[in-house]
Design a protein around this ligand. Structure first.
Ligand SMILES: NC(=O)c1ccc[n+]([C@@H]2O[C@H](COP(=O)([O-])OP(=O)(O)OC[C@H]3O[C@@H](n4cnc5c(N)ncnc54)[C@H](OP(=O)(O)O)[C@@H]3O)[C@@H](O)[C@H]2O)c1
Length: 437
């Protein structure tokens, strides 16, 4: 068979936003992709939930089914591309495909985060492979960079903006001086917010991606429940103004730090103050960015579109080309990689040391500042800056504190003390202050 006639048959499970993008862009670049892969990537079967749903692209009759099992059972299909989402059925399909020795390509970060270890083991045990470039930062080739281009490095720190929806909301709030709710409504209208809004708004989508990056960089699966995760719901326009006054902008930053001699890992997703003159501060709208601090290469920053049909399908297609090449060569590099991890333990709160921004709403009466300052001092935290703004209308005030370096444990102790008193009213916001270098 000549190279041009050779085909690699792919089964798609899921033909929504990303699935249709994969179809469209494989057709659009068919010749180049065939040359790059060494064989034609042929989508031979597509499984969906609802056969009657209108699609944006036309596909030949007979290749769409509402039975994913048909795709999985087809012995001529060697690559299963899971683009349905969710974690229960997607786990079953992916596991079955890998156990049958097929290769699985997925964009599903929740699946990877919860079951990556098991799926990679299944791939290794049965000679298949698992590819998941599109699961982190959409169109940005961050996984390839970690796995290939930067393979000689250890990473003491990786941080970035991994959730486009939060970044879009924060950008519009700040630029247009709007509060959270109307911008959230606009983001919903544009279809930017996941059906489970908590994934975007409470930081869990970024947390799933952080877990995947931590595994790639350190070979350690960290349960997302062990991370410090907070989304953007508590960030107010006042916080943005206070941050600006202090020389910062608020971004939802995901971070992975390797701390101390033992290299204990600290993973977090939190609203964070980033200096106005830093690269992260300029990453706006739905863009994502990742800074990989390699000990050999130095820092590398990748910025691009973290979601959407075309960027995500670009990453999926890159995986399909890799999977196709591996299939043709018959060489299946280990999915789990022989590289040993450089971290075995998680950091304690005492190990995490940084500067913090704290915004409290307090009763507007004398003695409150002394009470709050006393709690911080009792916990060994020194305050760098204080801003107090009275709200004449309701007898409260905003009290903003920026700390010098202190541990997360000390900070939590101080917050527990002031929360137990009567001066602090309602919710408060705590943001780490990023040291960008
Ligand atoms: N959209 C993005 O920008 C983006 C970015 C990065 C990663 N991802 C990830 O990519 C994956 C797909 O996202 P998407 O936005 O393309 O989702 P989507 O538009 O909701 O499409 C999901 C597709 O899966 C099909 N499906 C769902 N359950 C099924 C079942 N039980 N059996 C057969 N088919 C089933 C649906 O069928 P019907 O069409 O018949 O309903 C639909 O075609 C998710 O894991 C997501 O997290 C998406």
């Amino acid at each position: 068979m000549s190279e041009e006639q050779q085909k690699i048959r792919i089964g798609l499970i899921g033909f929504g936003t990303v699935g249709q993008g994969v179809w469209k862009n494989i057709l659009r670049r068919r010749e180049e992709l065939t040359m790059e892969t060494g064989a034609e990537l042929e989508i031979a079967g597509i499984a969906v939930r609802d056969l009657n749903r209108q699609r944006d692209v036309d596909v030949p009759e007979g290749i769409i089914t509402d039975d994913p099992q048909r795709i999985l059972d087809d012995p001529t299909i060697s690559i299963i591309c899971e683009l349905a989402g969710g974690t229960s059925a997607a786990l079953e399909w992916s596991r079955k495909a890998l156990e049958a020795g097929k290769t699985v390509v997925t964009a599903n970060k929740a699946l990877l985060c919860d079951h990556g270890e098991e799926l990679l083991e299944a791939a290794e045990a049965h000679g298949g492979r698992l590819f998941f470039e599109a699961s982190v930062a959409g169109g940005i080739p961050v996984i390839k960079s970690l796995r290939e281009g930067l393979v000689a490095n250890r990473f003491n720190r990786i941080y970035g903006i991994l959730n486009g929806t939060s970044n879009y909301i924060l950008t519009r709030m700040e630029r247009e001086k709007l509060s959270f709710e109307p911008v959230l409504a606009a983001a919903r209208e544009l279809g930017y917010v996941e059906a489970d809004e908590s994934l975007d708004l409470d930081g869990w989508d970024a947390a799933h991606k952080t877990v995947i990056l931590a595994w790639l960089a350190h070979r350690m699966w960290v349960p997302s429940s062990e991370m410090l995760v907070e989304g953007i719901r508590r960030v107010t326009l006042d916080d943005m103004n206070f941050a600006q006054e202090l020389g910062y902008r608020i971004k939802l930053i995901a971070s992975i730090q390797r701390l101390g001699e033992a290299g204990r890992l600290a993973l977090a997703v939190r609203p964070t103050l980033v200096p106005l003159d830093s690269l992260m501060a300029d990453v706006s709208e739905a863009f994502n960015a990742v800074r990989l601090e390699g000990d050999v290469a130095g820092p590398t920053v990748l910025i691009g579109k973290g979601a959407g049909q075309d960027p995500t399908s670009s990453a999926v297609i890159a995986d399909l080309v890799d999977a196709g090449r591996a299939h043709l060569s018959g060489v299946h590099p280990r999915s789990r990689s022989a590289r040993t991890g450089d971290a075995t333990e998680l950091a304690a709160l005492e190990d995490i040391c940084q500067e913090y921004y704290i915004r409290l709403t307090v009763a507007d009466r004398s003695g409150v500042l002394a009470e709050v300052a006393g709690a911080f001092s009792q916990c060994g935290i020194s305050i760098a800056t204080v801003i107090q703004r009275d709200h004449d209308e309701d007898g409260t005030a905003s009290l903003v504190l920026a700390t010098h370096l202190c541990s997360e444990a000390s900070l939590q102790n101080a917050l527990a003390i002031i929360s137990a008193g009567e001066s602090v009213l309602g919710e408060y916001l705590v943001c780490p202050i990023l040291d960008p270098e």
